[in-house]
Design a binder for this molecule. Structure first.
Ligand SMILES: Nc1ncnc2c1ncn2[C@@H]1O[C@H](COP(=O)(O)OP(=O)(O)OP(=O)(O)O)[C@@H](O)[C@H]1O
Ligand SMILES: N[C@@H](CCO)C(=O)O
Length: 303
């Protein structure tokens, strides 16, 4: 049996829409072995997920087999999910990366990251959750005619990510539908400035700049109507000592970067959601620096 461990991720980080992704120390585990027919068992988050070939992990496995010219063998998959689904924490990316990695391992292939991303993009067209799930750390990515370009950067070790996960679900599809197809030059410039400032302030540890650097005009203003009290939750996080606060991916989770005060920030965000009538929970997470890892023929413990 092969154990594939894939990290959750938060993407966009405010202004870097479809560009920035950060791997988180929260994992979905896929236990995989050859089997006479496809079988999927889901433990933990997402018990509603399909148990057959309609499961995204299996779809990704089959897609990789087809693109890489190997004959698929049916799999038994046990998913141990810790990443909440439809919350902007890259759950679908873990499934896609899990399936592609299963193909690589089951069929003894060695593929470059770029080749894996190419397959993944057929199932999820934006790379900002896929790449951190694969390689870990803070990833800057760009999709072009020649394929994917990306750089993995070292995220400051002293920062934690406090994620506040509300009980409401928002699908990525819905959260992309509410966006505008065109943007003004002013808004484009606003986001370019802040995206660059965000990377510069993280790389030089100038944390006092982060609050300005995570402001966004391309997606958060439109998504705020899908996420009750979104801006209030961010404000309360700042009051409690957060350095930066933004919508995690397409939401509805709100993520805050903290150097200290993690519990205080988490509790403040939960209270703000509650005031708006929404139950929520928080988690204090490290950044994952390794990305997807595999253990073969091991005694499978639950990580
Ligand atoms: N762990 C998983 N295993 C298998 N399929 C999944 C998993 N997580 C999500 N999916 C599938 O991905 C599809 C798209 O999910 P969606 O983008 O709405 O949520 P998400 O990926 O959990 O959210 P996000 O990417 O914002 O974290 C869902 O229909 C679901 O079937
Ligand atoms: N960049 C994507 C991430 C989806 O999780 C979006 O914001 O729609």
């Amino acid at each position: 049996m092969i154990k594939i461990v894939v990290p959750a991720s938060t993407s966009n980080l405010g202004p870097g829409f479809d560009t920035f992704g950060l791997a988180l120390g929260l994992y979905n585990i896929f236990l995989v072995e050859r089997h006479p027919s496809y079988r999927v068992c889901v433990i933990g988050e997402g018990t509603h997920l399909p148990r057959d070939t309609g499961n995204l992990m299996v779809m990704a496995y089959r897609m990789a087999c087809s693109r890489w010219g190997v004959e698929e063998v049916p799999l038994k998959v046990i998913q141990i999910n810790r990443v909440p689904t439809a919350r902007g924490l890259g759950s679908s990316a873990t499934a896609i990366v899990g399936g592609i990695t299963a193909c690589e391992r089951i069929h003894n292939l060695r593929k470059r990251v770029e080749e894996k991303v190419e397959v993944a993009l057929e199932l999820e067209p934006h790379p900002d959750n896929i790449l951190p799930a694969l390689v870990g750390g803070l990833v800057v990515c760009a999709k072009g005619e020649e394929g994917i370009s990306f750089v993995k950067l070292d995220f400051p070790e002293d920062l934690r990510v406090v994620v506040c996960v509300p009980s409401v679900e928002v699908s990525t599809e819905e959260a992309r539908r509410v966006l505008r197809g065109d943007v003004s030059l002013q808004d484009a410039v606003f986001n370019v400035q802040r995206s660059c400032l965000l990377l510069a302030s993280l790389m030089t540890r100038r944390y006092s700049l982060l609050k300005e650097a995570v402001k966004d005009r391309l997606h958060q203003p439109y998504r705020s109507r899908l996420v009750p009290a979104m801006y209030t939750v961010m404000e309360e996080a700042y009051t409690a000592g957060a350095l930066a606060s933004f919508l995690s991916g397409s939401g509805p989770t709100v993520a805050s970067l903290c150097q200290g005060n993690c519990e205080k920030v988490g509790q403040a965000m939960v209270r703000a959601f509650k005031k708006a009538g929404v139950e929520a929970k928080y988690m204090v997470l490290q950044v994952d620096r390794e990305g997807t890892r595999c253990h073969e023929d091991t005694d499978v413990g639950h990580r």
